[in-house]
Design a binder for this molecule. Sequence first.
Ligand code: SF4
Ligand code: SF4
Length: 437
Amino acid sequence: MRLSTVKVPHKKNTANSVPERLPIPKEVTIPVSMHIGRPAEVVVKKGDEVKVGQLIAKASGYVSAPIHSSVSGTVKKIDEITMSVGSRVKAVVIETDSKQELFEGIKPPEARDFQSFTKVIGESGIVGLGGAGFPTFVKLNVTHLDLVDVVIINAAECEPYITSDTRTMLDKTEYIFKGIEAIKKYMGVKRFIIGVEDNKPECVKKLGEFITDGSVEIKTLPSRYPQGGEKVLVYNTIGKMVPKGGLPLDVGAIVINVTTMAFIGEYMETGIPLVEKCVTVDGSAVKEPKNVIAPIGTPLKELFEFSGGFKSEPKKVLYGGPMMGISVPNLDVPVLKMTNAAIAMDEKEAAPPKTTACINCGRCLNHCPLKLDPRAIAKAYALDSGEDLKKLCVDLCMECGCCSYVCPAKRPLVQTNKLAKTVLRNYMKKKEEDKNE
Ligand code: SF4
Ligand code: SF4
C-alpha cells in the first residue's frame, strides 16, 4: 500500500536566506479570527495603549485562541475587514510607536503538570503554524495520555517556494528540542519522530546534532508533494493509516508542525505569546526573494517592499504556496498567525491553464492521496447532488491540489471540491433542519 504523491518543482530559492527583521510598520491590523474555531473576543477599545504581547482579544470558547498585540502603540480603531476567503471579521487596528516595548506581565509560564501545561499553551495563542490554524492547546488536550504513542513533528515543508520551516530547523533547532522536552515532561510522551524531506540535508544534519537519546528519531522522506499532508505524513512515518474521517490520534499519533514545536519551546522559556511570523516572500514577480520576520498584522505590501518590490506587476498574490495557497484580494491584507509565505506571481506564472474536456483518464483518482474521485465529485457538483457528494466524501478533501496538478485537461478540480464542500454543508444542514421539523 502506498499513498499517492506527486513530483512538483521545489523552487526553494530562499532556503539559505537567514530571516531579516522587517522595520516596524506604522500600523498593524490584527484580525480576531486567525484560527479554526470561534473568533476571539476583543478586550481593548479605541485609544487604549498596548504593548507587545498584551492580550487584545480573549478566546471565546473551547476551540478558539487568544490574540495578543504584536506591537506597542495605540489602538486606532476596532474595524471590520474582509478576509481572503471572503468572510468579514473584526480586527484591532494599532498605530505603532516603534518602541516595541514588551508588556510588563510577560514572564515564563508556570506549568506543573499536564493540565497547567495545556492551559499555558492555550494562553500563548499558538495555533498550527503549518497553515491549518487549529488551536494547539486543543490538539494537546487529549482525554487519555495513554492514547499518545508518538508525536510526529511535521518538518516536510513540501509546498514549492516556502522555506520558513526550513529556517526554523536551522535557526531555532534548540527550541524545537525544548518543545519536545516540555511535551515529554508534561505529557509523558516517549517517542518523537521528525519527518523531513530529503531535499533538506542541512536540516537533517542540524537536527541530528541535537539528538541525545533514542526518544527522538529523524525520518527522511522523499521530497514529493503532499508529504506534509497530515495523513500522508502519519502513514509514511509510522506506517499506520488514519481512518476515513478520523484523526491521527486514532492511530496513537499527534502531529505538530516543526515551527509550532519551536514556538512551544521558546514560549516555555520566555512567556512571549505568538506575535510575529517568519514569512517566505517569493514568486516570479518578486525582485529579492527572502525570509522576513514581521509582526502579525503587518500589511503584505510592506513585506514585498522590504524584498525589493516587484520586477513586474504581480498578477496573483497568495497567502501560502502555489499548491494550497489562497489568493489575496489586495496587498493591504495582514500577516496572519499561520501565514508562512507571501508569493507574488507575474503574468506568465499566474496565467490560468487552458481547460479542455475531461478525457476520463483517471489520473486524478490515481493521484489523490486520500483515494477520492475528483472526476465524480465534479459531476455530482454540476448536478448539485448533496447526496452524491456525501457518498463521495468530498468533506475529507484536504485541498492539496494534486488532482488538478496531474489532470491533463487542466480541470479546476480542487477549486470545484472547495465549492462542492459548501454544497454538501448546506445539504447536511437542510437535512438536519428537515429532521427537526
Ligand atoms: S485536492 Fe482533494 S481530491 Fe484532489 S488530490 Fe487533494 S485530497 Fe484528493
Ligand atoms: S485527471 Fe482530468 S481528464 Fe483525467 S479523469 Fe480526472 S478530470 Fe478527467
